[in-house]
Design a protein around this ligand. Structure first.
Ligand code: ATP
Ligand code: MG
Length: 328
């Protein structure tokens, strides 16, 4: 049987070049390799305050961006998390198998909650890994492609699977994460020590930026002292980030990318980075716009939800049986 590959993105904000390099641009290739389940993590988007209209708009955008990434809707399953109620149902069961201590140690929770007033931190933000584990095991997932920031959440899912299966027998499938070699963590262009993030936009390139803006943002990206274009994330975080973007967007290794700029100046280097980004982003954006205009995402999402539900129902039934819930 072919591998089942699952990935989700939250409709929390405008998609960034980080999301594109970390996930979106690899999806078409992935769909040739195995059975792909891609979803819009709209329930997860509620874990931080968001306006209803923004959430709606972001969800449509995200669906369109997924499709613009070159997915064949007949081959992949694309749907909204909230359309398949089994995610929430499984979450209600699995929340009893992850514990307070380990959830408190999650980097994402610490990062996001540290910026908030304690009285405004919702339970959903804390329990995020439980819902994510539910998303993953619901489809007997083999592979979860992620950026570096999400490794910890797949690892806690693996702990949960072990714990659950030790107690009840082999009920849940053990997932594995997969991280890209190049571009698993694209950093902000204005502060290359922080991750480019859509819900906390600082120096982000947005997938909806016009090409003039994209070029301008890259040309004015923070660089480092010295003049050599060299990969050295510790001492040259700005240049290393731009090299990573260049390498990822031109399907080169970091070493190959470095060779392209031996003896070149920062300005010349930045122009080349902007060129490779724009070359790919421009047609991608046009495809996105067409999909938004003709609303082709609607049928895809509906069909996707039905396909997903058929799988999810079976898993949930298995879990009910295992823990002693009557399937009546
Ligand atoms: P948020 O700020 O809401 O957390 P985000 O930009 O981190 O948004 P997510 O929805 O959390 O995006 O993640 C979607 C996918 O994109 C995940 O697989 C994640 O690992 C990947 N990803 C997110 N940011 C980056 C980045 N800067 N570089 C590479 N991959 C990334
Ligand atoms: Mg994130």
């Amino acid at each position: 049987m072919s591998e089942r590959i699952l990935t989700g993105i939250k409709p929390t904000g405008q998609l960034t070049l980080g999301n594109y390099i970390g996930v979106l641009r690899n999806l078409a290739k992935m769909s040739e390799r195995g059975e792909c389940i891609f979803f819009i993590a709209d329930l997860h988007a509620l874990t931080l305050p968001i306006e209803p209209e923004t959430l709606r708009q972001n969800s449509i955008d995200l669906a369109s961006f997924y499709l613009a990434a070159g997915l064949d809707p007949n081959k992949v399953t694309l749907f909204l998390q909230s359309s398949v109620s089994e995610h929430a149902e499984l979450n209600a069961i699995l929340q009893n198998y992850l514990y307070f201590g380990e959830l408190s140690r999650m980097t994402q929770f610490k990062d996001k909650s540290s910026k908030m007033n304690e009285s405004a931190i919702g339970l959903g933000l804390f329990a995020y890994p439980v819902l994510m584990a539910s998303d993953i095991v619901l489809y007997d997932t083999d592979i979860v492609p992620v950026g570096e920031d999400q490794i910890q959440h797949v690892e806690i899912t693996r702990d949960l699977v072990n714990r659950f299966n030790n107690r009840y027998g082999k009920v849940l499938k053990m997932p594995k994460y997969e991280v890209r070699k190049v571009g698993a963590r694209i950093m902000s262009l204005s502060d290359p020590t922080v991750k480019m993030s859509k819900s906390d936009p600082k120096g982000d390139i947005f997938l909806k930026d016009d090409m003039k803006t994209v070029r301008k943002k890259i040309m004015s990206a923070v660089t480092d002292t010295g003049s050599e274009v060299k990969y050295d994330p510790e001492n040259k975080p700005g240049i290393s980030n731009l090299l990573t973007i260049y390498a990822a967007m031109s399907d080169k290794s970091i070493e190959e990318a470095e060779k392209d700029f031996v003896g070149k100046r920062y300005g010349e280097f930045k122009t080349a980075v902007a060129d490779v980004v724009i070359k790919e982003l421009e047609p991608f954006q046009q495809r996105y716009q067409e999909i938004v205009n003709n609303k082709s995402y609607e049928k895809v999402l509906k069909d996707g939800a039905n396909k997903a539900k058929a799988i999810a129902k079976e898993t949930l039934k298995r879990v009910h049986d295992a823990v002693g819930l009557l399937n009546i």
